[in-house]
Design a protein around this ligand. Structure first.
Ligand code: URA
Length: 434
């Protein structure tokens, strides 16, 4: 077998078999296949597409390129949750405690933010003392004790994805259904949970710009998860405006805490209860998602989920006093407010523009090596459908670098589109694939 023939076959629209896909992943992982041949194959896949069997074999080969975590020492059904990425998405910090306080075991590995999207690991690190690197025994023992632990993903999980993702990023081959599916699912399947709830985003702040494409991605990921013996559910959700009002690390943790206190924005609260309901169902703690929803709602209203969040912070070395004292979070030195120049209704708030403005204010990285400002970000004051008057506050940009805050605020203003008529309401959750 050689790489030239594999590239040629895909270029001509052929279907790659298991052995060819394994040959490619093994060879690229061990360095015997160079970047230029891998890039050529990625582009051929992008243009000629892979079928479902090829996508499954690619996912499996990538999963097997590294460690497959053994969580058998954790009692019961282990449930993971994953979002395909968005702006202001702090739901893991809410659904983890919601599901865990209903008896679900959540052993989650999360990533850091890159580009315009944030990452859960960075958000959690804005809590003083919080550790996201734990030995596997400590991770397992925390899940057994509190029902919840979230750690950073190690380099040993699906290392082929790490290399391939970097190559896709510079060869315009990121937004392909099979390549995204294999990238996400190889890591999820290697992470050892029994069930996975996927939040598949669509809209200008997501990889998938249309609902139809996000649905196809959700269907494919559910099928691949099931083929690997995992209960997999995909919830297709809107990411055409940022989730909630807060974008940026400590700002988002504070909004997550407010949500757990019952004071959260409607969109975040609704989405978190929906995702938690499917986690509770997948974790066999309810007979239906509807019953799961009622349990999650009770956990929110009774304060059980907030107590679980405190336990979770303490378990990972963080200071649970942050829950009642937000001054313990990293504080920004500068802020810049942006105001409406015309009256009307917010027709749209471009999520990607807000994500980039937040990144440029200091909250995100352009490269993996960048050091981020945990206090930086944007507080939105007006959401889509809200009425605005001339001179009303639209958003405030925060951070510790005056120039960056200014740059962020100049960019953020372009995200708000004001129109004379009230726009049609777009439901946040449009479809669930089970
Ligand atoms: N997230 C991933 O991990 N991989 C992709 O390809 C897209 C989003």
């Amino acid at each position: 077998m050689n790489m030239y023939d594999i590239i040629y076959k895909k270029r001509e629209g052929g279907v790659l078999d298991k052995e060819e896909i394994e040959f490619f992943i093994k060879g690229y992982s061990n360095g015997s296949i160079p970047d230029y041949q891998a890039a050529a194959l990625l582009m051929a896949i992008f243009l000629k597409k892979m079928n479902r069997t090829e996508t499954y074999e690619l996912t499996k080969a990538m999963k097997e390129s590294g460690d497959v975590v053994d969580l058998s020492a954790i009692r019961g059904v282990k449930v993971d949750k994953h979002s395909t990425g968005g702006v202001g998405d702090k739901t893991t910090l809410i659904v983890g405690p919601l599901a865990a306080s209903c008896g679900v075991h959540v052993a989650k590995m999360s990533g850091r933010g890159l580009g315009f999207t944030g990452g859960t690991v960075d958000k959690m690190e804005s809590i003083p003392g919080f550790r996201t690197v734990l030995k596997s025994e400590e991770f397992i023992s925390l899940v057994n004790k509190t029902g919840l632990s979230v750690i950073g993903q190690t380099a040993h999980i699906a290392p082929a994805d790490k290399k391939l993702y970097a190559l896709r990023d510079v060869t315009a081959t990121v937004d392909d259904l099979s390549l995204i599916t294999s990238s996400i699912m190889s890591k999820k399947l290697a992470s050892g949970s029994d069930a996975i709830v996927l939040d598949v985003k669509w809209g200008n702040g997501a990889f998938m710009k249309s609902f139809e494409d996000a649905s196809r991605l959700g269907e494919l990921m559910v099928e691949i998860g099931k083929n690997d013996g995992k209960k997999t559910i995909a919830v297709i959700t809107d990411m055409s405006q940022p989730l909630g009002y807060a974008v940026g690390n400590s700002l988002e943790v504070i909004e997550a805490i407010e949500t757990l206190k019952g004071n959260g924005p409607q969109d975040i609260t609704d989405l978190s209860l929906t995702l938690a309901s499917y986690m509770i169902f997948a974790g066999e703690r309810s007979v239906s998602p509807e019953e799961g929803y009622q349990k999650a709602k009770h956990a929110l209203e009774s304060g059980a989920a907030l107590s679980k969040f405190a336990e979770f912070i303490e378990g990972q070395g963080g200071d649970p006093k942050v829950i009642n004292d937000y001054t313990l979070f990293p504080q920004p030195s500068y802020s810049s407010e942006i105001y409406a120049k015309e009256a009307g209704f917010i027709g749209s708030t471009d999520a990607m523009t807000i994500g980039l403005a937040s990144q440029h204010s200091g909250a995100g990285r352009a490269t993996k090596e960048d050091i981020i400002d945990l206090s930086a970000g944007i507080m939105i004051n007006k959401k889509v459908c809200d009425k605005v008057e001339v001179g009303e506050l639209l958003a405030t940009v925060y951070g510790n670098d005056r120039e960056r805050v200014k740059k962020g605020s100049l960019e953020a203003i372009a995200a708000f589109h004001i129109q004379s008529n009230k726009p049609e309401y777009v439901p946040l959750v449009k479809r669930v694939i089970q």
